[in-house]
Design a binder for this molecule. Structure first.
Ligand code: VGL
Ligand code: ZN
Length: 206
């Protein structure tokens, strides 16, 4: 059984948002169409407390997009984004969320960032998603949303590692792209065993 997983289609990742993904909002109409096609739809929501450790503003002298070493490895520092209960963490207003059956919030522990829908960045703390999918008999996930090179990529790789079949819908994702990170993400996802398709193929079989 398959499910659509819509990753982080939130105001802060769209044009005008705090951590803008170029053309991030262009995925919205595509996802709205896909949404109606799938019987099982799951969303993720980046959901940080104020002063989160992934924010550059929490580290003296650091600027956004610099990296630091933390206990679980390298961490990119971001502008403050997707703060709980603020407008930036809301889903894009045009995103159709009615078909969504589960919303997984992530990144709410102050000291650990969480890109993946399955595991926080320590690679140990589970969000519970794998168990949810298994209990519902879902073995194939179709990934879309933001950003290709961070949350989409890590969700796809962790999903594959958890034994799910994963297909990325290429016209329903957009990336941040730091130093070629989008191309690298596609390579890594392919290496890990991800498949790639288009919304047209899903909706029209062509
Ligand atoms: C994301 C950076 C920080 C994402 C979330 O959704 O890709 N990227 N938090
Ligand atoms: Zn975040």
């Amino acid at each position: 059984m398959d499910a659509l997983i819509i990753i982080d289609v939130q105001n802060d990742f769209c044009p005008g948002g705090a951590l803008e993904v170029p053309n991030g909002d262009q995925v919205v109409p595509v996802i709205n169409q896909l949404n109606r096609h799938f019987e099982r739809v799951i969303q993720t929501q980046d959901w940080h407390p104020e002063g989160h450790s992934s924010f550059a503003s929490s580290h003296q002298g650091k600027e956004p997009y610099e990296t630091i070493e933390v206990s679980y490895g390298e961490q990119v520092l971001w502008p403050d984004h997707c703060v709980q209960n603020e407008k930036g963490s809301d889903f894009h207003p045009d995103l159709e969320t009615k078909p969504t059956q589960l919303i997984i919030r992530k990144g709410f522990r102050k000291d650990i960032d969480s890109y993946s829908a399955f595991y926080e960045n320590d690679n140990k703390t589970s969000t519970g998603l794998a168990g949810y999918l298994r209990e519902r008999g879902i073995d194939h996930i179709y990934a879309c949303g933001l950003a290709t090179d961070f949350c989409v990529k890590w969700s796809v790789i962790d999903g594959l590692n958890e034994g799910f079949q994963v297909t990325v819908i290429e016209d329903a994702v957009k990336g941040i792209d730091m130093d070629g990170s989008v191309a690298a993400a596609w390579d890594e996802m392919k290496q890990a065993g991800a498949q790639r398709t288009t919304s047209d193929h899903i909706l029209n079989g062509s």
